[in-house]
Design a protein around this ligand. Structure first.
Ligand code: NI
Length: 192
């Protein structure tokens, strides 16, 4: 398992709800935390590791020995309020940081690995991170939410990343899009 980077097709996949949790899924979640810590991230969505599952992991401390590990399955955001601009980055778009406007406060609900429902009013960094990660599950990236001027500034960098991915596919280091989509469908048949 590894973190896939822009514009890998899995990042544009709209995840369907997870219907069951088994030992393998718990193992996947464990590995997602490890990959997230290795990359010094605070959140990681399943499609960032090429899995079409509607779940993400977060730890705002970005450390295996600090903070709180949270797993959110089938998240739903409602009642967005306020508007705040903050710089964001993404483990799937390394080296790119830009200001993104998002609602300040949200109502959030999801399930944990034991099937318990988690609900709450989130604000601050937690609100921002769960919005960023829930976007991932919809196939949306933070670079889709930039102002026109910032978006234009990043255009060349993103085009370079796209060219890099295409050449990896041509050299056989990454499967063709069709094969990637087929694999995602197989995972969906198992868990969604
Ligand atoms: Ni991200």
């Amino acid at each position: 398992m590894r973190i896939v980077t822009y514009p890998h097709p899995a990042l544009r996949h709209k995840s369907k709800p997870v219907r069951r949790v088994d030992k393998q899924l718990r193992q996947i979640v464990e590995e997602m935390f490890q990959l997230m810590y290795e990359a010094n991230g605070v959140g990681l969505a399943a499609n960032q590791v090429d899995l079409p599952l509607r779940l993400f992991v977060i730890n705002l401390a970005a450390s295996a020995t600090e903070g709180e590990e949270q797993v959110f399955i089938n998240p739903v955001i409602s009642l967005p309020r306020g508007n705040e601009e903050q710089e964001e980055g993404c483990l799937s778009i390394p080296g790119v940081y830009a200001p993104v406007k998002r609602p300040e406060t949200i109502h959030f609900s999801a399930y944990d690995l034991s099937g318990n429902e988690i609900t709450g009013e989130f604000n601050g960094m937690l609100s921002r991170v769960v919005q960023h990660e829930t976007d991932h599950l919809e196939g949306v990236l933070f670079v889709d939410r930039l102002s026109t001027s910032v978006s234009m500034e990043l255009e060349a960098e993103l085009a370079d990343m796209a060219a890099g991915l295409e050449s990896m596919q041509q050299q056989g280091h990454l499967p063709p899009d069709e094969e990637i989509r087929q694999r995602l469908t197989e995972w969906e048949q198992k868990y969604c």
